[in-house]
Design a protein around this ligand. Structure first.
Ligand SMILES: [Zn+2]
Length: 94
């Protein structure tokens, strides 16, 4: 068993703090040509970049989408397909 303490992250939907492994991670990345993209990843995926977390919960996703939580977290426009990818990830893991 891994006894290291679990990182706690805040869900952008319900704003509750939860162990990182219970959440889905969204990472903002910038490619070599400065193109910004967003990736939906499992929480422990090694990837640098600014991150937001959300519960594997449809309600949290709805709140996040309705209130533009991703836009606020990243101070950036979020392409609709990112919300689409995130919704699929949430539904799959719920
Ligand atoms: Zn939540």
């Amino acid at each position: 068993m891994n006894k290291k303490s679990t990182p706690i992250r805040k869900c952008i939907g319900c704003m509750e703090r939860k162990p990182q492994q219970e959440l889905i991670r969204i990472v903002k990345t910038r490619s070599a040509n400065s193109e910004i993209s967003f990736e939906v990843l499992p929480p422990y995926h090694k990837k640098d970049g600014r991150s937001a977390y959300i519960c594997k919960n449809c309600e949290c996703f709805k709140i996040a989408k309705k209130n533009h939580k991703l836009e606020k977290s990243f101070s950036s426009r979020i392409p609709p397909e990112v919300y689409g990818t995130l919704e699929k990830a949430v539904l799959k893991n719920e």
